[in-house]
Ligand binder design. Structure first.
Ligand code: 5AD
Ligand code: SF4
Length: 485
């Protein structure tokens, strides 16, 4: 594999790594970066643990169920490791991500087969951790006893940023014309339900020059779409690019405007945003920057002022409504999505009704909905008045039904229009290809695999709950998101 910046070629690829990713887009991004770190050590990607020498579980701690999945997967890997020992070989098991950060030694205690536990800020130290794990395993081999894992831990938050140490992106980081670019990590908001400030650490914004360089490299490697990532992406305030005018830091809007200057880049997205950080400049960027896609994931979590306050969100329902009005005033096509939590401690029927009413008023194109999950160490976990599970389930169903109707209506509203679609993969049926509209809708058409990675005009013919069917329309790829009604 060739490195975009240095052009260096790895010399040998004898080992295989299987990386399983749980959770958010930041984790998907991190998994790619781990693959980049491991590649020069000779690790090629494998499709299954059975064919791998090293398995990395890149874990998510956000809800209880996400962490529990990790422990059941580790049980399966322990068995696989035991089989390898019988054959005289080994399987190295690494746990990365937010469960690694939050639970550290507890993981090795619960599952002694684990060799490495590495937190999200320490991926650049994987080569060293692998070497330490290998040394420990060798010592145990000479013992001749049934060997547990090496149990090497690294969950320090280093003083310097991991981004200073991770390798430059490679061609492999661009998939079907699309790439993620982490510009910001961590969070200082401390919503009372959320583990992110504890597992990912304090908010950190990468310097603008570094982001621009990486953006150019990704476009040179074939990306036509970039998604700027951060746990709190619109809190971005990176060091200004040297020689630029207008202050010592850049906000997200400035960064987007500069990235939009890169030749060949057609689509820009960013996620995840906080309603408190949507400043005027970012709102107007939705009017001025044609590459900025008309879709915004702006989680509100609840429509009740009382619950928003208890969640420590730092804004009320009216702030959210006004924000959406201002965004729609500058960008009438803008579609919104949100995350919602039902059943936060103390949520009354009236609070939940407020959420339903807000959803009704705003109209969302899509949404992610969750039952409140009590996370140890967060202030929410210590609150009294934890809600009954059945009540949470009933509220979730009601909310999902309303949001499902809105999503279908939104999809229906686009039928008959011609929109540019970035094709990403083969469809479920032979002869179909699947891609994304500017509003992140899944669109499939009859077409060839050679369309994958390019943006093609599609007339939308039919809408379903989660996707749209369309047909390719001859003609140039447009620069703006909707071509004609
Ligand atoms: N319980 C339920 N949902 C949660 N989220 C974060 N923490 C919790 C929790 N403890 C949801 C929020 C957030 C999304 C990524 O996950 O809605 O925006
Ligand atoms: Fe978690 Fe709140 Fe930070 Fe989002 S803003 S990552 S929900 S603490």
């Amino acid at each position: 594999m060739k490195d975009v910046r240095t052009g260096a070629q790895s010399q040998w690829q004898r080992k295989r790594v299987f990386i399983r990713t749980y959770g958010c887009q930041m984790n998907i991004y991190d998994s790619d970066r781990m693959a980049d770190v491991l590649r020069p050590l000779g690790y090629a990607l494998s499709d299954s643990p059975e064919q791998a020498d090293l398995v990395v579980l890149n874990t998510c701690h956000i809800r209880e169920r996400a962490s529990e999945k990790v422990y059941s997967e580790l049980g399966r890997l322990r068995d696989l490791k035991a089989e390898r020992h019988l054959e005289g070989s080994d399987l190295t098991i690494a746990v990365a991500g937010c469960v690694a950060q939050a639970e550290g030694e507890e993981i090795v205690r619960r599952q002694p087969a684990v060799d490495i536990v590495v937190g999200p800020q320490a991926y650049h130290r994987l080569p060293e951790l692998l070497a330490r794990a290998a040394r420990k395993s060798d010592e145990r081999r000479f013992d001749g006893r049934r060997r547990p894992g090496a149990g090497v831990l690294d969950t320090e938050f280093p003083a310097e940023s991991k981004f200073d140490h991770l390798p430059a992106p490679s061609d492999a980081d661009v998939r079907a014309g699309s790439a993620f670019l982490a510009i910001q990590e961590g969070c200082d908001k401390f919503c009372t339900f959320c583990v992110v400030p504890y597992t990912r650490g304090a908010e950190y914004s990468r310097p603008a020059a570094e982001v621009l360089q990486e953006a150019r490299a990704l476009v040179a490697a074939g990306a036509v779409e970039l998604t700027l990532l951060g746990q709190n992406v619109n809190a971005y305030h990176g060091e200004a690019a040297p020689g630029s005018i207008g202050g010592s830091t850049w906000g997200l809007a400035r960064l987007i405007r500069e990235i939009a200057e890169i030749d060949g880049l057609v689509r820009i997205r960013y996620t995840t945003s906080h309603p408190r950080d949507m400043d005027d400049d970012l709102i107007t960027a939705h009017r001025d920057v044609p590459q900025l896609m008309p879709y915004l994931h702006l989680p509100v979590q609840s429509g009740s002022d009382r619950i928003l306050e208890a969640m420590n969100r730092g804004h009320g329902r009216d702030h959210y409504r006004r924000l959406v009005d201002r965004l729609r005033a500058v960008s009438p096509d803008l579609a919104l999505s949100s995350d919602f939590i039902v059943g936060f401690p103390g949520e009354s029927d009236a609070d939940f009704d407020d959420t339903m009413r807000l959803v009704d008023e705003i109209g969302f194109a899509s949404a992610y909905t969750f039952k409140y999950s009590r996370r140890p160490g967060t202030p929410g976990a210590a609150l009294g008045d934890q809600l009954d599970e059945n009540l949470k389930t009933a509220r979730l169903a009601a909310l999902q039904s309303l949001l499902g109707t809105q999503q279908r209506d939104f999809n229906l509203s686009k039928v008959g229009t011609v929109v540019p679609v970035l094709f990403a993969e083969a469809g479920r049926k032979p002869g179909q290809v699947l891609g994304k509209s500017p509003w992140l809708q899944s669109v499939y058409v009859e077409g060839d695999a050679d369309m994958i990675g390019s943006i093609v005009n599609v007339r939308l013919l039919a809408a379903y709950a989660l996707s749209l069917a369309g047909e390719v329309v001859a003609g140039e790829s447009p620069s703006r998101f909707e071509v004609a009604a």
